[in-house]
Design a protein around this ligand. Sequence first.
Ligand code: PBG
Length: 335
Amino acid sequence: MSLIPGIPRPRRLRRNATLRRMTRETQLRVDDLVQPLFVVEGSDRAQAIGSLPGQFRRNIDDLCREGERLFALGIPAVALFPSLPPERKDAEGSEALRKETLVLRAVRALKGAVPELQVMTDIALDPYTTHGHDGVLTAAGDDVDNDRTVEILRRMACLHAEAGTDMVAPSDMMDGRVGAIREALDENSFSGTAILAYSAKFDSAFYGPFREAVGSAQAAGTPLLGKAGYQLNPANAREAERELELDEAEGADMLMVKPAGPYLDIVRLARERSLLPVAAYQVSGEYAQIHAAAEKGWLDLVRCRDESLLAIRRAGAELILTYFAGDWARDQKRL
Ligand code: PBG
């Protein structure tokens, strides 16, 4: 006996696995995934990162092997982050402009080893500054010096392009940096180098494990890092939209929202307001929390991983930067 004749019964389409397969709306593909990788100097074995289980700081040789492995799994791109010893850092981040700095050697080696693998590199000063900020500071020392930072980032982007980076990714949130970097690249015959703009990057507490990985968490003797003066307020969606619009107008090739999971509304917004491809960065803390709960036996690692990635894709991201990329691709191959 039916309760009410003719009531809508959406469950009809969920009755068996084949029907569910037919009515599935969103598909995650290996082509959508970008693996972030950390690189260190030296010949030591890969160093595990405590708060990012399964992620390592690798030397250049190891990085190239990992790049080969990922590309063979179908991962199209990696994002590189250098982890430098304190003696390489100063208040100006001057290491960033050295032609032989670690990340540039890593890009050259990786493009030599796996030419088709697309390499993205961050354009920001935080791996290079003693204070860990993404830019240089004002004379008073109480703020980042926006315009002086942008000048440095322009030169940095050209060095990265020259080394063979396919996509530079300004992650600093300074005003006007996308336009300035585009102009510098074009003037120096790097018009083919794309810009993936960290457009809506929020002042998030979910970056914690990353800052441990690159050693930008807190320089000795300085107060805990605050980046609220340049990264977006997590309360602000309209302001995020404005940043997305500005970066598009300044010449970004792709827009990124970061973090991903807690900001799916912003991913959707970017998707609806722009015709550019939208990327989302599932950041270190999002990865760490799933791992931590799984270690305790409270969550199923693989199911939560897959659901978290699917949700980001469903919200409208066509590209996902995620520490799960390699593992996800490996598991697909096994199926
Ligand atoms: C630096 C940068 C950060 C991340 C990527 N690039 C950290 C920060 O802004 O302090 C975070 C990535 C992650 O947490 O996985 N500009």
